[in-house]
Design a protein around this ligand. Structure first.
Ligand code: ADP
Ligand code: F6P
Length: 329
């Protein structure tokens, strides 16, 4: 069997490790893999990764040492053409033309919506691996890239604490996550932040200022506030202005971490997760599964229908939010 693999949507550290696992797992079972470049755009435009052999089949040697590199060597894209049936038809024709009998999609919720739509045009197996730093997909405890994004954000908080202490300031640090507060919540706990603003809980500015006044009175000399970019208060810059107007007792500075969280050498956790999921995706295809995402829940590898991975907002456990609250006092 010849399997196509692509990385789609926002790139994530660990995507290369996942593609490496797909190639190595398929080869170990006597099957071939073709690397599709730039996500769905590569299918629409028929652009493939050329390996050392000069052909478009990825060999185990081609993916040597991919595991430790962030980003995606296949490149990724956001492909508006794939939103149209005509684009998906062209993609299906490309699959047939190049003898691709199955597809592994490494991406986020949008990529899996695309995979669901593509299944109306391509009858072969399609299996997904959750490659996004957002950790906003149901059916897996964590997504590939989340661990590395949290490491990056936590290191930033640690460094900012030094200058915040030196000048007795408060920092509002905005992290990614799109509509999810997962990166912000975990970073806040790991970075011993005094407060966090996430879409999953209401952001009450007056109550926040009262809390900050209590911290100041208790002798707190620096404050870290982690802000999820999707927070209903509008992100760090807007929240900064609201806190200023409400009489925040600390001088404030804002830092938006942005795409720093998308790069870097993947953590061992991301590399292992990516390897498990890439291998599981190949197993799923060979077992006749389709329309599912491979995930790890607890210690188990599980497969979840695409539609269920993005059907609703992935909640943050209330007990985790309570822990966060207890640690911030
Ligand atoms: P992510 O997978 O990281 O959430 P996007 O939301 O950009 O990233 O989705 C990646 C790509 O998937 C899009 O650029 C588009 O090509 C495709 N896609 C997303 N949603 C759909 C959809 N509803 N139908 C068809 N293709 C889609
Ligand atoms: O989905 C991953 C993500 O990094 C989100 O957290 C963020 O909002 C978005 O992608 C940024 O998209 P782009 O890289 O296209 O600016």
């Amino acid at each position: 069997m010849k399997i196509g693999v692509l990385c789609s949507g926002g790139d994530a550290p660990g995507m290369n490790a996942c593609v490496r696992a797909v190639v190595r797992s398929a080869a170990a079972r006597g099957h071939q893999v073709v690397g599709i470049r730039r996500g769905y755009r590569g299918l629409v435009e028929e652009t493939f990764y050329v390996g050392e052999s000069g052909g478009i089949e990825l060999t185990p040697r081609d993916v040597s040492d991919w595991g430790r590199h962030g980003g995606t060597f296949l490149h990724s894209s956001r492909c508006p053409e794939f939103l149209e049936a005509e684009g998906r038809d062209r993609a299906a024709s490309a699959m047939a033309k190049h003898g691709l009998e199955a597809l592994v999609v490494v991406g986020g919720d949008g990529s899996f919506r695309g995979a669901t739509a593509f299944s109306q045009h391509f009858s072969g197996p399609i299996v997904g691996c959750p490659g996004t730093i957002d950790n906003d997909l149901l059916g897996t405890d964590f997504t590939i890239g989340f661990s590395t994004a949290v490491r990056t954000a936590t290191e930033a908080v640690d460094m900012l604490r030094d200058t915040a202490e030196s000048h007795e300031r408060m920092f509002l640090i905005e992290v990614m996550g799109r509509h999810s507060g997962y990166i912000a919540a975990i970073t806040a706990l790991a970075g011993s932040a005094e407060t966090v603003c996430i879409p999953e809980t209401p952001t009450d500015v007056p109550a926040m200022v009262d809390y900050l006044r209590r911290l100041k009175k208790r002798g707190k000399s620096s404050v870290m506030m982690i802000v999820a970019e999707g927070d209903e208060a509008g992100g760090a810059e807007i929240l900064h202005r609201k806190l200023e107007e409400a009489g925040c007792p600390f001088p404030m500075r804002v830092l938006i971490l942005g795409h720093l969280q998308r790069g870097g050498c993947p953590t061992p956790e991301d590399r292992v997760l990516a390897t498990r999921l890439g291998d599981a995706a190949v197993s799923a295809i060979l077992d006749g599964k389709s329309g599912v995402m491979a995930g790890v829940v607890g210690r188990e590898t599980v497969w979840t229908p695409f539609e269920q991975t993005y059907a609703r907002h992935k909640p943050i456990a209330p007990e985790f939010l309570e822990l966060l609250d207890r640690m911030a006092h």
